[in-house]
Design a protein around this ligand. Structure first.
Ligand SMILES: Cc1ncc(COP(=O)(O)O)c(C=O)c1O
Length: 375
């Protein structure tokens, strides 16, 4: 199957019932265990609607299996805590989603798990490895500066040192980037973003091999952040159009990034599809399209954003990203609000950095909206 066909058909529930084009929503939390040799229960991550979505996502990411969670953070937390224990160490990219940053500060330190922040530079990642390093964790493109990390190089270093690799593939989506094919062990998504795609569900997923999945599943049973059948159904429905949505979003993003680069009002544009982007060459190697988030610096003071947002007609100032509607935010006060100011500024998340999540609207309308608001 090719990508569109996988999006539509992989995993659909078929069974002893009238054959519909869509999976039925099986809301039961209790299942007759005399017919199976294992127990079926939502928090065991094995109800039919969860399994159907996992099958589709595995078809898209080329992984063996996976676990669906109630949020992206649940997927990250359960995966990390399943694979680490007190005294272990993780090498982690510093330009990552602010929530992941916060997780380390609040929970890892509490559990005595050590970590070293590194840049996306492969030599720095390598030099961060210690004797007790168990995980290398990367996010590419990263949130919000869209830094690109060489996935294959990271997986090779990790394999040589017997370390598990985890990637947050949320920004790329499985349409643009298939980290498992490049040697990464665990692929995580905040499904709240592109996988859901309509800004109406919260979910997450960890996709991996059977061996690692068994370990994550044990922590997941305990932490309990499972996903209900109705949300699974909405996610399955959304995934049918993933390829089509993401292709249009990336096409829009490329055009907008190029236009912004030629606009003298905009100080700096961050988009891996631009030749001027530090990670452009690596992105070309490992991505199909360059994603649909464009970050840029605009305005002189903190108050500028308010004025700019007020003038926007279609692009909505809001948290989150990946939906069919274009959204914009200032990461300093949203996704990175919990990161200390000094650390935030050190990684380049300034008060005048905007993160635009490009939707599927007509390109000309989006371009016009940005132009008139910036004017
Ligand atoms: C890259 C990335 N990873 C993970 C998350 C966390 O996902 P969720 O909000 O679904 O828990 C986010 C949320 O914004 C994100 O942007």
């Amino acid at each position: 199957m090719n990508q569109n066909t996988k999006c539509v058909h992989a995993g659909t529930i078929r069974g002893a019932m009238p054959q519909g084009a869509n999976s039925p929503i099986l809301t039961s939390t209790s299942f007759d265990y005399t017919n199976t040799d294992y127990n079926i229960y939502p928090r065991y991550f094995n109800i039919p609607n969860q399994t159907a979505v996992i099958e589709k996502l595995c078809a898209l990411e080329n992984t063996e299996t996976g676990i669906l969670f109630g949020s992206g953070m649940a997927a990250i937390t359960c995966s990390a805590l399943a694979l680490l224990k007190t005294g272990d160490h993780m090498v982690i990219q510093k330009d990552i989603y602010g929530g992941t940053h916060y997780l380390l500060k609040t929970e890892f330190e509490k559990f005595g798990i050590d970590y070293t922040f590194v840049s996306n530079d492969i030599n720095e990642i390598k030099s961060g490895i210690q004797k007790n390093t168990k995980i290398i964790y990367i996010e590419t493109p990263s949130n919000p500066l869209l830094l690109i990390t060489d996935i294959k190089a990271v997986s090779e270093i990790a394999k040589a040192n017997n370390i598990i690799t985890v990637i947050d593939n949320t920004f790329a989506t499985p349409i643009n980037q298939k980290p498992y094919d490049l040697g990464i062990d665990v692929v995580i998504h905040s499904g709240t973003k592109y996988l859901g795609g309509h800004s109406d569900i919260t979910c997450g997923v960890a996709l991996t091999n059977r061996n690692i999945a068994e370990k994550i599943r044990i922590s997941a049973y305990n932490f309990g952040a499972s996903l209900d059948a109705q949300t699974c159904y909405l996610l399955e429905r959304s995934l049918k159009t993933l390829n089509i949505r993401v292709e249009k979003q990336c096409e829009n993003a490329m055009i907008i990034a190029e236009a912004m680069e030629n606009d003298p009002k905009i100080k700096k544009v961050y988009y891996p599809g631009l030749k001027s982007h530090s990670g452009h060459e690596i992105a070309k190697k490992q991505m199909k399209h360059f994603g649909a988030v464009v970050s840029f610096e605009l305005g002189e003071d903190k108050a500028y954003a308010k004025r700019f947002f007020k003038r926007l007609k279609y692009i909505m100032p809001a948290l989150s990203l990946g939906g069919v509607e274009s959204l914009i935010c200032v990461p300093a006060v949203t996704s990175h609000a919990k990161v200390r100011e000094v650390e935030r500024l050190k990684i380049g998340v300034t008060d005048n950095l905007f993160r635009l999540s490009v939707g599927i609207e007509d390109t000309a309308d989006l371009l016009e909206d940005i132009k008139q608001a910036a004017a």
